[in-house]
Design a protein around this ligand. Structure first.
Ligand SMILES: *[C@@H]1O[C@H](CO)[C@@H](O)[C@H](O)[C@H]1NC(C)=O
Ligand SMILES: *[C@@H]1O[C@H](CO)[C@@H](O)[C@H](O)[C@H]1NC(C)=O
Ligand SMILES: *[C@@H]1O[C@H](CO)[C@@H](O)[C@H](O)[C@H]1NC(C)=O
Length: 485
């Protein structure tokens, strides 16, 4: 190496050292592990899935003892969560925060225990649709919990953070970013708290929702392959929504005097079902583009060379019991289906070229509930409504993977979802004699009729079925289905 480049190298190094508090190093790819599912995998199966995929960071939405126990000794870094509903109690009493820390952090943090590194205090507590009901509790809860961590001797190791939705800030141009006016006092207190404790700002960014909620949104701007509609902001040009959103936050932090604060992406991802723009191809395109972009260390125009510190993909698994208030896609964010099977090819940049499926899944027996082809189904509407009000039928709607399977297919799909939810209890396939159990997989094309997994929290009560006759009826049903479709 000649002298000049070496001097330059030192210079660059010195500039990086002097440039403030940016964390130097590769961003890490982690995942969110949500559990609002009808068919929950054993926590140890999920932890094995994380390990097999070399995922070293996981974010939870609570402090579920089963999940944390399964994470003990795994070496995986954990962010535990405090639901918004608990913030009021934690903000009003240090006894409550002491107890929370004892029960949900201290208990697991020991040599060889669960490596809890962050506590997420609330989940998007400033979301506009909550109309401010949680926001006044956030800072007081943080202060109480910090005191409790200090008492427990964990304050140096476990950091408090507050995952915010990107609706906490706004602007048409990234350089003009500012927090919502009504949050300005809270945000000032929050970022000053984060800064004094060495915590990052955690934000959830969803280009999918921008596309879903706005028909004028240029589709290619949601992805990472360049855009025919770039956003020009002074001398900076933005080619994707993610960077634009990230820099809007950087500007908002900068206005409060914390333009250097490390940023972690708490949630980012793309759903695969339940809406027109939600499909396997788009999800793969987005997530792979995102991972490659972040791992390239290019950063954004306002933070060149400094990508987010960590990103947590949303989500690890589909959660079929989530509220569909935001849209049917809400149950389909997983890079894995509910049973830990990879939905598409994805290189997480962690060492494996492809996702590895969960192993040793304990499925219920291979049987499904479908509409009996020999019955008059004219009065089925009520059964359908009830089945779909408790079980998941979101793939049947417009934009879903089962939308084209016809009226009878719809009925069978709903019957089966309900039957699996009821752990294949024989009576749950009755529907006043309109349902029947089949041993032949009724899945059609991309439309998957699921088989549940054994839920370790419920006891299973199987009733013997008349297997031979059912097989015959199954075959007849199957033939009929094909003749009719
Ligand atoms: C610990 O966390 C769990 C799960 O989030 C919660 O149910 C429990 O109430 C927490 N403990 C305390 C003392 O708040
Ligand atoms: C998948 O979604 C993308 C946009 O998110 C859309 O452009 C594409 O047409 C969709 N593909 C299918 C097969 O629906
Ligand atoms: C099947 O159900 C979905 C969702 O309710 C509906 O959009 C679709 O039109 C139904 N198909 C038929 C053929 O009735």
């Amino acid at each position: 190496m000649s002298r000049l480049p070496r001097t330059l190298l030192y210079l660059v190094f010195a500039v990086i050292l002097l440039s403030g508090s940016f964390p130097v190093g590769e961003p890490a790819i982690g995942v969110n592990w949500g559990t609002i599912s009808f068919h929950r995998l054993k926590p140890s199966t999920v932890v094995d899935l994380l390990k097999d995929n070399k995922i070293k960071k996981v974010k939870l939405f609570d402090a579920d003892p089963d999940a944390l126990t399964a994470l003990v000794g795994s070496g995986i870094e954990v962010m535990v969560g405090i639901p918004n509903e608990m913030l009021a109690a934690l903000s009003s009493s240090t006894d409550a925060s002491d107890l929370w820390v004892r029960q949900n952090v201290s208990r697991y943090v020991f040599k060889g225990g669960a490596d809890i590194r962050y506590v997420a205090v609330g989940n998007e507590p400033f979301l506009t649709s909550y109309s401010g009901q949680f926001q006044s509790f956030v800072v007081p809860a943080l202060l109480n919990l910090q005191q409790s961590l200090v008492k427990a001797n964990l304050a140096g190791y476990v950091k408090l953070v507050v995952p915010c939705n990107a609706d906490a800030y706004e602007s048409s141009l990234p350089s003009q970013g500012a927090f919502r006016p009504e949050l300005s006092q809270i945000m000032t207190q929050l970022v000053s708290f984060l800064n004094s404790n060495g915590s990052p700002f955690v934000v959830n960014i969803y280009p999918f929702l921008s596309l879903y909620g706005n028909s004028d949104f240029p589709q290619d701007y949601a992805f990472f392959e360049g855009s025919s509609h770039p956003v020009t902001d002074g001398s900076n040009v933005y080619y994707n929504a993610f960077d634009g959103n990230f820099d809007t936050l950087v500007s908002a932090l900068n206005k409060l005097g914390y333009g250097q604060m490390p940023i972690v992406i708490g949630e980012v991802g793309w759903p695969t079902d339940g809406a027109v723009g939600a499909n396997l191809t788009a999800a793969r395109f987005f997530n792979q583009g995102l991972i490659n972009h972040v791992l390239s260390n290019k950063g954004t125009p306002l933070r060149p060379g400094f990508p987010p510190m960590d990103i947590y993909l949303f989500s690890l698994l589909d959660e079929g019991a989530k509220s569909v208030l935001p849209g049917n896609f809400e149950r389909h964010w997983g890079i894995f289906s509910f049973d830990g099977q990879a939905k598409y090819a994805l290189n997480l940049g962690l060492g494996n070229r492809l996702l590895k499926n969960a192993k040793n899944i304990e499925y219920l027996p291979s049987r499904w509930c479908v509409a009996d082809p020999f019955k008059d189904l004219t009065n089925v509407a009520n059964h359908l409504r009830i089945a779909c009000s408790v079980a998941d039928c979101t793939t049947l709607d417009y934009g879903g993977s089962c939308n084209g399977i016809g009226a009878k297919g719809n009925i069978s799909y709903a019957f089966n979802s309900y039957y699996q939810l009821q752990m294949q209890n024989a009576q749950s396939c009755d529907f006043d004699g309109l349902g029947m159990v089949t041993f032949l997989d009724p899945s059609v094309g991309d439309c998957r009729f699921l088989v549940g997994v054994t839920d370790h929290k419920k006891s299973l009560a199987f009733r013997p079925t008349h297997r031979k006759t059912t097989i015959w009826i199954s075959i007849l049903w199957w033939m009929w289905f094909f003749l009719m479709s």
